[in-house]
Design a protein around this ligand. Structure first.
Ligand SMILES: [Zn+2]
Ligand SMILES: [Zn+2]
Length: 348
């Protein structure tokens, strides 16, 4: 089978590798779609991975095609989204169901072979989230991971019906967070973005977007919203975190979702504002994947199945495996501006 494998920083090639055979609890997935995550670009060109070679891609969906266990045979042909974290299930965080906080995890698409391939071997059916609507497109299921991260941010913000929310960053997760905010009953929702193409894209989707390049943007939002109960900080930048602190109302909540940039700094007067306004700073990491008290991944798939959450209009670019490296290059070199780019086995 063909797989896009990282051999070293910058060495990302389409290889012919042996098609895996599932044994025991393992499940073989025919990959139908796999999203390019914002984290995949630095992973390929700057940071690399811990293991080489490795097939990248952690935002994927597919069809169960072979199983190791007789009792899993009934799963063959089912379309699924995949939970890519392989937790150790031994550490204290795993024992309490907090798999995103596992201290010794494996990960499909960075430490283990992932979804930029024709097939992917998954350790067991535990990783599969089943879609129950034949109308749900398999490409939509490749957006379950970013959609669930966005849902987790809104859930952790404790957003209540009628509250106002500002989301900093209008990439795919920011837009999805805005959609979840609506589902959770938000009153006014405003996105902030610096990139003109992203601003236009989000506006075309009917969202309220404020241009961060406008020096009066903070005053403008404060005037429009008056009470800003929640800010989701999705950029990890100095301007993002400082804007969040300046915007949020007294006793408000800031969800810190964006990975920090190298030199992110909170201004002295804003450090003081955190205290004066008694702001709640809420760090989040990934998502929650256990049925009790609540499985966010299953709820994302159900919301897509029930057409409560729309995701398909975020896919702006599609590629075959053959042309995937060239799409990565174009994204890295900023030759194209994407919302969500995916590998789809539908594209020749
Ligand atoms: Zn991702
Ligand atoms: Zn663990």
């Amino acid at each position: 089978m063909k797989a896009m494998r990282l051999h070293d920083v910058g060495v990302f090639t389409l290889d012919n590798v042996e098609k895996p055979m599932p044994k025991g609890n393992e499940i073989l997935i025919k990959v139908n779609a796999c999203g390019i995550c914002g984290s995949d670009i630095p992973r390929v060109y700057e940071l690399g991975t811990r293991v080489y070679p490795v097939t990248l891609g952690h935002e994927f969906s597919g069809t169960v095609c072979e199983v190791g266990n007789e009792e899993d045979k009934k799963l063959i042909g089912k379309k699924v989204a995949i939970f890519p974290i392989i937790p150790c299930k031994k550490c204290v965080n795993c024992q309490t169901g907090n798999y995103a906080q596992c201290e010794n995890y494996q990960y499909l698409g960075s430490r283990n072979d992932g979804g930029f391939a024709e097939y992917c071997l998954v350790p067991s059916r535990w990783h599969l989230i089943f879609s129950n609507n034949i109308e749900t497109s398999i490409e939509d299921l490749a957006l379950v991971e970013p959609a669930t991260v966005a849902q987790h941010a809104i859930r952790k913000s404790n957003l209540r019906a009628g509250e106002n929310i500002v989301i900093i960053g209008a990439g795919p997760i920011g837009i999805l967070a805005a959609r979840w905010a609506k589902i959770f009953g938000a009153n006014d929702i405003i996105l902030m973005e610096i990139d003109k193409v992203k601003i236009d894209f989000a506006k075309k989707l009917g969202l309220n977007v404020v241009d961060v390049n406008d020096s009066e943007c903070i005053e403008f939002i404060k005037m429009k919203m008056k009470n800003i109960n929640v800010v989701i900080e999705g950029t990890g930048t100095t301007s993002g975190i400082n804007n969040a602190i300046e915007l949020v109302s007294t006793f408000g909540r800031i969800v810190m979702m964006g990975n920090p940039h190298k030199d992110t700094q909170i201004k002295l007067q804003n450090h003081s504002l955190i205290l004066r306004k008694e702001i709640n700073l809420i760090g989040i990491w990934n998502s929650y994947y256990v049925d009790f008290p609540f499985n966010e991944w299953k709820y994302t798939v159900k919301s897509i199945d029930d057409k409560i959450l729309k995701v398909d209009d975020l896919i702006t670019h599609k590629s075959s495996l053959l042309n995937l490296k060239s799409m990565f290059d174009k994204i890295y070199n900023k030759e194209i501006s994407i919302c969500k780019a995916i590998y789809s086995d539908n594209i020749l």
